[in-house]
Design a protein around this ligand. Structure first.
Ligand code: SF4
Ligand code: MG
Length: 284
């Protein structure tokens, strides 16, 4: 006899009280993620949230689901292991720009090209917030911080283009100042069958006085629909200096576990498993 579960609610996902600074963009990212999970009808016991180290990586403690707060830059390998071991679970990875694009950059590229069915939310505030305000891999050129007192002589890393160039099948950029759109984007990312990257511009109100909510409201260019090719998506990202907002590119391609032949019948997902005929058609 199967037990009928009641529909999940936001209350089901409420975890510990966040210790983020008032106004931090991460509050909205967490709200958007929880709302997306509820909208998809997923219960906390069907979700694993894996994080690295940083302010954003505290998210699994504040969201009631299975969670694993790992070590700096290593969230993606742990998440992929979890997904291989429990393919029926929905695996979400959360972390910051320092964690994902700095120490974790090598793992990022390989996770992208492996195309495992997980969702990666990079909560990008262009600063190391937890350690009190150092220049990060996505800090702008000439950015002044306690580690670049005369201005950042490096140029920011472009995670969107790296993902696009390495075969990512879902690439988006959201903004924590637009929760409705962000929620829609996260929902689409979770539904996507394959590796989905959502770089969320999520201002650090305490240590980054450049990449603020007002800055993004002024500079972000809307991308209303996914672009037809990854080359075009890279071109648009570059044209606007990375200040784009929306789902940039989506490609339907068998994910890693489908190619391994793992039994997807265990899963009950909104997107549904990809059938054999579709896989053969795509691979032909
Ligand atoms: Fe958020 Fe910055 Fe405060 Fe960390 S230091 S909680 S990123 S506002
Ligand atoms: Mg950061």
């Amino acid at each position: 006899m199967s037990v009928e579960l009641k529909k999940p609610t936001l209350k089901d996902y409420k975890g510990d009280q966040p210790t983020w600074c008032p106004g931090c963009g991460h509050f909205s990212v967490m709200a958007g993620l929880q709302r997306a999970l509820v909208n998809l009808g997923l219960h906390p016991h069907e979700v694993i949230i894996v994080s690295g180290i940083g302010c954003s990586s505290k998210l699994p403690e504040y969201t009631r689901a299975y969670g694993f707060h790992t070590i700096h830059g290593r969230a993606l390998p742990v998440a992929q292991g979890a997904k291989l071991a429990a393919p029926e679970m929905h695996v979400i990875v959360t972390g910051g720009d320092g964690d994902g694009y700095g120490i974790g950059a090598g793992h990022f590229v390989h996770a992208v090209r492996r195309n495992m069915d997980i969702t990666y939310l990079v909560m990008d505030n262009s600063i190391y917030g937890l350690t009190k305000g150092q220049t990060s891999p996505t800090s702008p050129h000439n950015f002044v911080s306690k580690t670049t007192v005369k201005g950042n002589k490096e140029y920011p890393m472009d995670g969107l283009s790296i993902a696009l160039a390495n075969g990512a099948t879902f690439v988006a950029q959201a903004f924590s100042g637009d929760v409705k759109r962000m929620t829609e984007i996260i929902e689409a990312a979770i539904k996507h069958k394959g590796f989905s990257l959502v770089n969320v511009l999520s201002p650090c109100v305490t240590y980054n006085k450049v990449n603020t909510y007002d800055f993004y409201r002024e500079h972000l260019v809307d991308v209303p629909e996914p672009l037809p090719t990854r080359e075009e998506a890279i071109r648009v990202v570059k044209e606007h200096g990375g200040h784009v907002h929306g789902i940039l590119y989506v490609e339907k391609r068998p994910d890693f576990q489908t190619l391994l032949g793992i039994d997807w019948k265990m899963r009950d997902i909104a997107a549904g498993p990809m059938d054999e005929a579709t896989i053969r058609e795509i691979e032909a």
